[in-house]
Design a protein around this ligand. Structure first.
Ligand code: HEM
Length: 405
């Protein structure tokens, strides 16, 4: 039997997680990773079992992390914990259910349609500017602007603040980067989160004085029931900005790269814009921007025939599930017409992505825009690098060029 490397942050694993997770799935699909100190799940059925079982598998990351910290670390992390412990994504029922019921109506496919003209306009304006240049660094010149503009609109903040909100959101991201050295990581993340909270406070106060039918006013209205406080409202806005920005931006980059590597699929979409909905599902499955999520075990439970003990943690690999040959035919083939496509790029179960319909709409507009306006680009580097994280699939940059005229 071959031994599996337990280094989830090894450079070759970060570059090509799919080959690594294929190897684990084939040899030991419910794998104890000694180095990470938890289980790694790579089979579609096991991943879905865990995501759907919020009784045995808790999302309360802060409660479990808190147990591992010294008093000194706990104090240093306090500003981050104060906000993150209120995030719906780290809550279990019953609080999760309360928050989710409040938020859901704003994120249905119907509700988000009102943002489509805005997204189409942004994509058009960006491409008007870029088309004749023949080149761009896709992440900064194009990809980040679409989701960030929509998120600012969603929370009622001015679009001119895009750059600084992006910067704070990225600073907060340092908290989730396992590689960064600890004190510096903490400092940067604290700076980011404090800036975001201070930025949002007056926006929330203004909405309290002049309530409307927007998301913040609706959340503030729920204060009367005693279920949520102003801090919950601010924390939720931070999560929406943070969770909705990088994920969508990274998917725009991963999807563009996948199409550059499969020019026949670029042409297929260009010739048949009507396949856009299936195409987006396939880009999400093929190289999703959230590789994995983590759960903590509340009671002994069996997964894939193995006993998993109370207190253990589990890395639920969404990318591995999405390439499981037991679920998807030819999983390593990019097929924009794939149907059905029950991928788990947005997870599954009670925490399934709240912003999925919004992300889908943005991605549809982006990929229709770029395939209609540009010829299939070429890559302007031979050395693509990804941020070294277990959770995000995030290119550091994506320089591309295309023929003009
Ligand atoms: C391509 C883009 C996106 C991807 C791949 C993605 C992926 C995910 C995944 C995998 C989860 C589940 C996390 C878990 O179970 O631990 C999640 C949850 C969540 N996402 Fe997204 N997301 C995207 C875009 C967005 C957008 C645009 C928003 C908001 C505007 C958003 C807001 C959220 C929220 C609030 C949750 C927590 C839901 C809950 O706990 O009930 N996401 N997302």
């Amino acid at each position: 039997m071959t031994t599996i490397s337990d280094d989830l942050m090894a450079h070759d694993v970060i570059l090509d997680p799919h080959s690594y997770y294929h190897e684990i799935r084939e040899t030991d699909p419910v794998h104890w990773n000694e180095r990470w100190g938890g289980w790694v799940l790579t089979k579609y059925d096991d991943v879905v079992q865990v995501l759907r079982d919020s009784t045995h598998f808790s999302s309360d990351r802060m409660a479990f992390l808190d147990k591992e910290l010294t008093n000194e670390q706990r104090d240093a992390y306090a500003p981050i914990f104060k906000v993150l412990s209120k995030w719906i994504v780290f809550r279990d029922p019953p609080m999760h259910t309360k928050l989710r019921l409040l938020l859901n109506p704003h994120f249905t496919p119907r509700a988000i349609e009102r943002y489509r003209p805005m997204v189409r306009g942004i994509v058009k304006r960006l491409l008007d500017k870029l088309e004749g240049k023949g080149q761009m660094e896709l992440l900064n010149d194009f990809a980040y602007q679409v989701p960030m503009s929509v998120l600012l609109e969603l929370i009622g903040a001015p679009l001119v603040d895009r750059e600084k909100v992006k910067e704070w959101s990225e600073q907060l991201g340092a908290f989730f980067f396992i590689r960064a050295d600890e004190p510096r990581r903490r400092e940067i993340a604290c700076e980011g989160i404090n800036s975001l909270v201070e930025y949002l406070r007056p926006i929330v106060a203004q909405r309290r004085e002049h309530p409307g039918v927007d998301l913040i006013s609706l959340l503030l209205g729920a204060e009367e029931t005693g279920d949520i406080t102003e801090d919950d409202v601010i924390a939720t806005c931070v999560l929406l900005v943070f969770g909705g920005h990088e994920t969508t931006m990274n998917l725009i980059a991963n999807g563009t790269l996948a199409l550059i590597n499969h020019p026949d699929q670029w042409d297929l979409l260009k010739q048949n814009p009507g396949i856009i909905e299936n195409a987006i599902e396939e880009l999400l499955r093929f190289d999703g921007s959230v590789k994995a999520t983590v759960r903590w075990v509340t009671e002994d439970v069996t997964v894939g025939g193995k006993l998993i003990k109370k207190g253990d943690r589990v890395l639920v690999s969404l990318s591995a599930a999405n390439r499981d040959p037991g679920k998807f035919q030819n999983p390593d083939v990019l097929d924009l017409t794939r149907d059905p496509n029950p991928h788990v790029a947005f997870a599954n179960g009670i925490h399934v992505c709240l912003g999925a319909a919004l992300a889908r709409m943005e991605l549809q507009e982006v990929f229709t825009g770029i395939t209609q306006r540009l010829p299939c680009p070429v890559l302007e580097t031979e050395n693509l690098e990804y941020h070294a994280t277990v959770v995000n699939r995030a290119l550091e940059s994506l320089p591309i060029s295309w023929k003009v005229g």
